[in-house]
Design a protein around this ligand. Structure first.
Ligand code: NAP
Length: 484
């Protein structure tokens, strides 16, 4: 380490991950009026925007339009994008600490939580991460085999917004899917789907469900599907008062919406979404007709729960003796996402996050902040909240960076001094990356992909037709990227 930088030397920040949290952090740093920061963003894919591109449901274009804010950040002269760069393969923590004053980890929660029950991996049983990635054209999931022809009923496990996204995507009419940027391979399979009923099962009741009001309400406006709620099951799931949620306006509104569904007779639409409560899956069972072949999913065994006080407050699900078997050839596990460890970076296995204090990464052995290492978004706080939640979260982390600036530069006094890199030379990073990753994608490369995809979508009135294979993305990125 060398001495602290001079007052007017830009501080170099590496942001790992280009989803909302990474972009809000970059935006806050570059919005700093004294223009102190250079921000380089590293992304595993050739494309930016994280879950806005590959998580937000394609029929929610308004939510996706948030990328306009990130585009403004990317246009800042002190911002650079390095895509197709994997942390731990093409660039390590040590490489970055030698070249940047601070690293901000913004890698989200790309994995799924598992249920830990038999049959979870049977063909026909999918994690939300892979199915959502598949319909959104994520290159990691574009080859997923999704068989929507062999099953007429699907079970979605979980009571969060991802469960509702999946249920909706499974019943949207071709006319509702047509104007979206759903990946072409998924449009084709969804158009031929034989799925007629989607059951969404929560282990607790409506007062504990994680749905937000607009997402629950929009189910009632689907052109091809009725929403079915059994009034008796709804009443029984609401029988135990929950002091934690009953005063919450959003919960009360959800319950009103569900009561509305329960009292509305089906209108004869060809498909239906059935919302069920107090059910936990205990096993995914193979279809007896497929045993000896690929052993495909045929049914899900569930146990009925009752709500009992949880030790830390609120209500938890407790299994009763009552069981139910639902025949279903498809199951989607939408029980939350999970962070994955980054090579050399502290990780809390239990929480699936990087341990931190208000954005400062903590050394697990001493509990003290690690100089120059920060974290933001889902990999900091876990997979909760909507896209906008990351704005405030990023501000907290950027405030910690400001507070840790060497004294004299700082609007506050920090717990740790800013880390000082040995070689803070901006050109050295790009040179190093190009030797390790010849297919480096810069922001110009992404803009080339963006233009190409938009042009493909234009004739059919779609926002874009996504390129879903890595080789295609790299070919188009290289077509207009300035050569090194
Ligand atoms: P989530 O909101 O945390 O919901 C997870 C659900 O899974 C909960 O109902 C949870 O029930 C249930 N669950 C967990 N473990 C389970 C188990 N072992 N068995 C049965 N059920 C289990 O997670 P998410 O749906 O993945 O969403 C992640 C975040 O993204 C959320 O903040 C969400 O709002 C956001 N999101 C927003 C939108 C939107 O704004 N349109 C769209 C998609 C996602 P318990 O409560 O009982 O644990």
């Amino acid at each position: 380490m060398t001495d602290a930088p001079a007052r007017d030397t830009p501080l170099r920040i590496a942001v790992i991950g280009s989803g909302p949290a990474g972009f809000y952090a970059a935006g806050h740093l570059l919005g700093d009026s004294s223009e102190r920061f250079d921000v380089d963003m590293f992304e595993r894919l050739p494309t930016p925007w994280g879950l806005v591109r590959s998580g937000v449901a394609p029929d929610h274009p308004k939510i996706k339009s948030v990328t306009r804010i990130y585009e403004r950040t990317a246009a800042h002269p002190r911002f650079r994008f390095f895509g197709n760069v994997t942390f731990g393969i093409h660039i390590s923590r040590e490489d970055l600490l030698a070249r940047y004053h601070a690293i901000v980890y913004a890698t989200g929660s790309p994995s799924d939580r598992s249920l830990g029950i038999p049959g979870e991996d049977l063909p026909g049983s999918h994690a939300a991460t892979e199915f959502v990635g598949w319909y959104n054209g994520h290159p990691d999931h574009s080859n997923l085999e999704v068989d929507l022809l062999s099953a007429s009923r699907a079970l979605v496990i979980g009571n969060g917004n991802v469960a509702l996204d999946i249920a909706r995507m499974l019943v949207l009419a071709p006319s509702e899917l047509a104007p979206t940027d759903t990946a072409d391979h998924a449009l084709d399979v969804l158009a031929r789907s034989h799925v007629r009923e989607v059951i969404v099962a929560g282990r607790r009741g409506p007062a504990q469900a994680a749905f937000t009001n607009p997402e629950l309400r929009e189910l009632g406006a689907l052109s091809d599907a009725d929403v079915v709620v059994d009034p008796a099951e709804l009443d029984s799931a609401l029988a135990v008062p929950d002091p934690d949620t009953e005063l919450d306006a959003s919960t009360r509104r959800n319950i009103e919406i569900l009561r509305d569904y329960a009292s509305t007779p089906p209108s004869g639409r060809p498909k239906r979404i059935v919302l069920r409560f107090l059910l936990s899956p205990t096993a995914l069972l193979p279809d007896p007709r497929s045993v000896g072949e690929d052993g495909r999913l045929g049914a899900v065994e569930l146990v009925r729960n009752r709500l009992v006080p949880a030790p830390g407050g609120g209500l938890r699900a407790e299994a009763t003796e009552e069981r139910e078997t639902i025949s279903a050839g498809l199951a989607f596990r939408a029980v939350g996402y999970r962070g994955i460890p980054l090579p050399g970076v502290p990780f809390d296995e239990r929480a699936g996050t990087i341990p931190s204090d208000r954005g400062r990464v903590l050394d697990p052995s001493s509990g003290a902040p690690l100089p120059g290492e920060y974290v933001v978004g889902w990999i900091k706080r876990g997979p909760s909240g909507v896209i906008g939640t990351n704005k405030k979260d990023a501000q907290e982390t950027v405030n910690a960076i400001f507070a840790d600036l060497p004294s004299g530069d700082s609007p506050g006094s920090g717990a740790t001094l800013a880390h000082v890199p040995e070689t803070p030379d901006p050109t050295a990073v790009e040179t190093l990356l190009r030797t390790r990753q010849p297919d480096l994608v810069t922001y110009a490369g992404w803009e080339s992909i963006d233009r190409h995809e938009r042009a493909l979508g234009e004739p059919s009135g779609r926002p874009r037709v996504k390129l879903t294979r890595l080789d295609e993305l790299l070919r188009v990125a290289a077509s207009e990227q300035p050569s090194p």
